[in-house]
Design a protein around this ligand. Structure first.
Ligand code: NDP
Length: 699
């Protein structure tokens, strides 16, 4: 909020007339901060500010219209300043606790206790309730602080506790600062304010939870979900379509993770010594078991994720089985190479397993993710410890059981359960040589930073905001079908979704008409009903996040074509359903176009030529996927070659055959899953030099 002035009115007078307008605007804003600090809100008139700046009131009005416009721009500059500093501090923070501290430290930094900007800020607080523009800025500022706190705390506490602690911390930050400001900085300075907040957060995070004091409740008929003596904490997994508790699961802590690593290390040696064909045979049997249990597993996945049974029974289990089968075949083909080094020597490489590796999964494709990580890992002779997301812990256990039934030696594939803390035990353990994570960009950063300590390898499958480009010669129904697949499958909870749909101006009206008709006909309902096409979102928190983005889309001026609301008809009121939503008239700088929503929200953007659309498609920090619809195949390949994305489709979207490597560029990730490429990420090369002559030594 309260950044130090860098311009003064005398400097304004030195500006030559051809200097950029933006610099002039900024200078007038700095003068306004001076004015607010000295004469307050009421005394700061346009005329008075113009006089201070040494310019005519007409020039100030030219830039800001009126006093309200000038003050809103000033408030926005202060809020943006603190927002930028907070983002930078969050980027540097390595842990969730560090991110909470970053929010505290930025908001209560010494410059925020500075008389000048502090007083200006106070002047705004006083007017927020009366001036709509100021209210908007203040709401964004407060939401940002709260959501940064919540996001970090969710890694440390159950969601509802994280929410309430985040609200408390935000209230305390504002309260401590406000009291200090009102006492003219007598009551607290920056250092004591930060110390107070830090002590409060530490005490809350150390506070024993009820689960610490009670013995854990045992679960649900899913095998290993049972009470274990002495276990400290547990969590519940809930059906997001109904609110029904499916199981209560014990959290694995340091002792359990250490035991799992020791067991895996012992088992891995025996497993790696088997010929590849024997390892492949076991994977192949596990694939058969998954296929035979498709109905049962699909139903469990649907209950745990809220996804329609028509998807889980056709894709989730079957694609996992395909993956096991594919790597079962590759297991026998792993090989190094022979290198001719002349008559006196040759070299060869051995492709060897890494040892014990770990997989950490997201909640959108729980079983498929567990298969995508474990199949190549095991095929290469590694042992894997897998942690599913806390929201979807059930089917990974079923996969472990299928492996055991197929003959996998005990300990080669183990499942540990818990939240981010359990994940961190894996990233920190020196006995684990690699982490493969599917999750958010922030989690990817944290995992990579933690892995640095023991120099673990990482594969990171992270978020995206992918472009789907529809040229004017595309087969329209195919393009609409691709956009539907790329936005509404799994209620939009798919990392590679093409949520920025760029449609050529010449066909946009026709595209939207067909799209709206098909979206309106989609069936939202009970995920276990085979006719249902759109199920529930994963959690209430996530639904709130998606609805907040929809509200932002509306307030930023996008035109709602269809959807845009929660669905609470009949029994659906107990779950977290959101109607498939399409926005038209979107612009590249809108939040719904820039940020990953991970829900059923499509943004349609208009373009006119190829050069323009390629530049706009690439103007994102993400780079997971991209799609192009056109009948001109030369153009298709030309455009695909220029798109910054790891996974691309021409005239289709979101199909991911196991044979093709999958992964992202830029902030969307590192490394590849699937295909032969994954073998590189689960093995290491040993180079061997073999001499065939005598050793010539100068000594
Ligand atoms: P998160 O990043 O929140 O969590 C992913 C996993 O990491 C969870 O198991 C989580 O535990 C765990 N975790 C969180 N923090 C840490 C930490 N510091 N150290 C170790 N483990 C940690 O992702 P979501 O589960 O919310 O999944 C949605 C995200 O995943 C989206 O951004 C989406 O784009 C991305 N994704 C990417 C895919 C890809 O292939 N590129 C595919 C699917 C999803 P917990 O159980 O507590 O949540």
């Amino acid at each position: 909020m309260r950044g130090r002035a860098s311009f003064r009115s005398t400097e304004l007078n030195r500006q030559s007339s051809d200097e950029p307008e933006e610099a002039r605007r900024r200078q007038l804003i700095e003068v306004t901060i001076d004015s607010l600090a000295e004469v307050g809100y009421v005394g700061s008139t346009l005329a008075q500010i113009a006089q201070r700046a040494g310019v005519s009131p007409g020039l100030v009005a030219h830039y800001f219209d009126d006093k309200d416009g000038l003050l809103e721009a000033t408030f926005r500059t202060l809020a943006r300043g603190i927002g930028d500093r907070m983002r930078e501090a969050l980027r540097r923070a390595g842990t969730p606790r560090g991110r909470v501290q970053a929010v505290i430290d930025t908001n209560l930094a010494p410059e925020e206790f500075d008389q000048r900007t502090g007083t200006a800020w106070l002047a705004f607080w006083g007017q927020v309730l009366h001036v709509r523009g100021l209210k908007r800025v203040q709401t964004v500022y407060q939401r940002r602080m709260l959501s940064n706190l919540r996001h970090a705390l969710k890694r440390l506490l159950p969601a509802d506790e994280a929410r309430s602690l985040a609200a408390m911390i935000a209230a305390m930050i504002d309260g401590v600062w406000l009291r200090a400001a009102l006492s003219r900085w007598q009551e607290a300075d920056s250092e004591s304010a930060r110390a107070m907040l830090t002590a409060f957060v530490d005490s809350r995070l150390r506070k024993p939870t009820p689960a610490d004091e009670e013995p854990p409740f045992a679960g649900s008929g899913t095998g290993r979900i049972s009470a274990r003596a002495g276990r400290a904490r547990s969590f519940k997994t809930v059906n997001p379509a109904t609110g029904e508790v499916l199981a209560e699961i014990a959290v694995d802590g340091p002792a359990e993770v250490a035991a799992a690593v020791a067991k895996a290390a012992a088992a891995q040696k025996e497993w790696a010594s088997l010929p590849g064909v024997a390892r492949g045979r076991i994977l192949r049997r596990a694939a058969d078991i998954l296929r035979a249990r498709n109905a049962e597993l699909a139903e469990l996945e649907t209950r745990d994720t809220g996804k329609p049974i028509q998807e889980t029974s056709a894709v989730d289990v079957i694609s996992g089985a395909d993956c096991l089968e594919y790597y079962a075949g590759l297991a026998a083909t792993l090989a190094g190479e022979h290198l001719d080094l002349g008559p006196q020597a040759f070299g060869y490489t051995r492709r060897e397993p890494l040892g014990v590796v770990a997989g950490i999964g997201a909640w959108n494709y729980p079983l498929q993710i567990a298969c995508w990580k474990s199949a190549p890992a095991l095929a290469c002779g590694n042992a894997m410890i897998f942690k599913p997301a806390e929201l979807t812990p059930l089917t990974a256990i079923k996969l472990r059981d299928a492996f055991a039934e197929a003959g996998l030696p005990d300990g080669v594939f183990q499942v540990v359960q818990g939240m981010a803390d359990t994940g961190r035990l894996l990233t920190a353990h020196p006995g684990i040589r690699k982490i493969s994570l599917t999750g958010e960009v922030g989690t990817g950063r944290a995992v990579m930073a933690d892995c640095a300590a023991s120099l673990k390898q990482v594969t990171l499958e992270l978020g995206g905001k992918s472009p789907l480009i529809v040229f004017d010669d595309a087969v329209l129904d195919n393009a609409v079908g691709g956009a539907l697949l790329g936005n509404f499958y799994s209620a939009g909870e798919v990392c590679s979704n093409g949520t920025r749909v760029f449609v050529h101006r010449a066909i946009k009206a026709a595209f939207l008409e067909r799209l709206a008709a098909r979206v309106s006909a989609m069936r939202i309902g009970d995920p276990l009903d085979p006719a249902t096409q759109v199920g529930a979102l994963i959690s209430e928190d996530h639904m709130t996040k998606v609805l907040t983005y929809i509200a932002r889309g509306k307030s930023e001026g996008a035109r709602l074509v269809t959807g845009g609301h929660r669905v609470t008809r009949g029994d659906l009121a107990n779950g977290f359903f959101v109607a498939p939503t399409v926005f038209d008239e979107c612009h590249d700088d809108m939040a719904i176009v820039r940020e990953e929503i991970f829900g059923p929200v499509m943004s349609v953007l208009e373009f006119e030529d190829e050069e323009e659309v390629v530049a706009r498609a690439n103007a994102t920090e993400f780079g997971l996927a991209a799609g192009v619809f056109t009948n001109d195949l030369t153009r298709a390949h030309r455009v695909i070659a220029r798109l910054q994305a790891g996974t691309c489709w021409i005239n289709h979207y979101n199909v991911t055959p196991i044979e093709l490597p999958f992964g992202g560029v830029k902030l969307s990730g590192l490394g590849r899953e699937n295909g032969r490429a994954a073998i590189e990420h689960y093995t290491q090369l040993k180079s061997v030099y073999v001499a065939m002559g005598n050793v010539e030594s100068p000594y």
